[in-house]
Design a binder for this molecule. Structure first.
Ligand SMILES: Cc1cc2nc3c(=O)[nH]c(=O)nc-3n(C[C@H](O)[C@H](O)[C@H](O)COP(=O)(O)OP(=O)(O)OC[C@H]3O[C@@H](n4cnc5c(N)ncnc54)[C@H](O)[C@@H]3O)c2cc1C
Length: 430
């Protein structure tokens, strides 16, 4: 029994405490990709599961992600494609099946922004890396393009580098979230969970774990199992249970973004390779609501080294540096008509001894509480597999007769909506 948790109370008290109208098999806390994917898997398997999200679905990391379904190139480039991390190679195929409506989660209504992510480098770097690109580890997932196959914005006389096409699609993450929400909206509540407590309850089959979750606005639910998929919020929820493990780390980013009319910024999905063999810049393009002149606008969102190195800079400084770097990487383009901003955001992950980037999804079970971080959006399917395995280990039964949503209070609870994406929230573009 964890410190600070109530012990086994007598049966009469428990019956009063555990109102049958508020019982679920499993409660998932946190509605980013991790929680939504888990909810979809559990409900498809017949569990009475609900998800509780504090604000809007995807409003922290998932909505701020670049939507790239990595196939391992990034790890291979940095020499981290170990045997255990090779499962990421299956991610493009697993997501593809979902997008075609034949996978484990139905994403048939989600939008693909690009079938491929590209990788470009200047001539001198490319020649150094040719051997690597041709190596067995990369050859199936990467294709060298000849100049007549170049896509915009590389199909310009000013581009003098090498271009590769990767087996990595880029998704419109808002549509992914909305597609899952629409299928399970009844089971997705909006409430910020403040406390979780635990007790043992006697049933005919023996004593079973019961968890009670509560929000400030009166949500009160009992469940056999709790899954924490609250990203950075997991830390506080674990503390409310007096659990010191698993520990979490945050790795901050300052992501530059620029917007302009679609005619100025073409569609663009590419990693720019620097000397370190880690992307100097990872660029994805996203559409934005029309401006005052009613013309369609596009955003370029910049990740990679620029976002990591920019931490600690002001937004003004970061956007000035991003503009300079972009101009020197793409001298044939003109960024003068663009407006700029930057998003400060932390990646929330399991703590690594040296603070480095974890390469696999992490799922821990401590005293019956399952805590999960997917580490990458693309790896949500593997993370959910691991959560399901833990649920089987815990012998959670599909047994709750769900009267929860017939309960008047629950029926009138607010359902969580899908978030706006970061560029839609910027108030002052520079
Ligand atoms: C800038 C950026 C770009 C990225 N790009 C990519 C990419 O291109 N490809 C890729 O594979 N990965 C990418 N990642 C990583 C990926 O976004 C994350 O690994 C993934 O989104 C984490 O999902 P999550 O559901 O665990 O967390 P989150 O998306 O952060 O969701 C956690 C949710 O829990 C809710 N919550 C917190 N506390 C509570 C509480 N007490 N009660 C109820 N709800 C609560 C929050 O409101 C939030 O909605 C990127 C990350 C960042 C930051």
């Amino acid at each position: 029994m964890p410190e600070g948790m109530p012990g086994n109370t007598d049966k009469a008290n428990e019956t009063a405490l555990v109102n049958k109208d508020n019982k679920m098999d499993i409660v998932i806390i946190g509605g980013g990709i991790a929680g939504l994917w888990t909810l979809a898997r559990l409900r498809n398997l017949g569990y009475q599961a609900i998800l509780v999200e504090a604000e809007s679905l995807g409003c922290v990391q998932s909505g701020a992600s670049q939507g790239i379904i990595h196939g391992g190139t990034k790890y291979a480039l940095s020499g981290k494609l170990t045997h255990s991390a090779q499962s990421i190679q299956q991610m493009p195929q697993r997501w593809k099946a979902c997008l075609e409506g034949v996978g484990e989660v139905d994403l048939s209504q989600a939008q693909i922004l690009s079938e491929h992510q590209y990788l470009w480098s200047n001539k001198s770097l490319a020649s150094k890396l040719t051997g690597f690109f041709a190596s067995k580890v990369m050859s199936s997932r990467m294709q060298h393009l000849s100049s007549d196959e170049y896509v915009a914005p590389f199909n310009q006389p000013g581009f003098a580098g090498e271009l590769y096409q990767l087996d990595e699609s880029v998704l419109d993450i808002q549509s992914v979230i909305e597609t899952i929400r629409a299928q399970f909206s009844e089971f997705i509540l909006q409430a910020r969970i403040e406390t979780i407590s635990h007790s043992l309850r006697n049933e005919e089959s023996g004593a079973i774990n019961t968890y009670q979750i509560q929000s400030a606005d009166g949500l009160n639910i009992f469940a056999q199992c709790i899954v924490l998929t609250a990203g950075a919020g997991n830390e506080k929820l674990l503390a409310s249970l007096n659990l010191k493990e698993p520990e979490m780390q945050r790795r901050p980013l300052l992501m530059p973004m620029l917007k302009a009319k679609e005619s100025v910024l073409p569609r663009m999905y590419a990693h720019c390779l620097g000397a370190s063999a880690l992307p100097k810049m990872t660029i994805t393009a996203h559409s934005l609501s029309a401006g005052v002149d009613n013309q369609k606008q596009r955003v370029w969102y910049l990740g990679g080294e620029i976002a990591e190195k920019g931490v600690g800079r002001s937004v003004e400084e970061q956007t000035r540096i991003a503009k300079q770097e972009l101009q020197s990487l793409m001298p044939w383009m003109d960024f003068c008509q663009c407006q700029w901003s930057a998003l400060a955001i932390d990646r929330a992950e399991p703590k690594m001894p040296d603070g480095s980037r974890p390469i696999e999804p992490a799922v821990f079970t401590e005293q019956g509480i399952i805590t999960a971080w997917p580490v990458k959006l693309a790896m949500a399917p593997i993370m959910a597999d691991k959560v399901l395995a833990e649920i089987e280990n815990l012998k959670i039964k599909k047994k709750t007769q769900s009267v929860f949503f017939q309960n008047k209070n629950a029926a009138s609870m607010t359902r969580a909506k899908t978030t706006q994406l970061p560029w839609e929230k910027v108030e002052n573009w520079l």
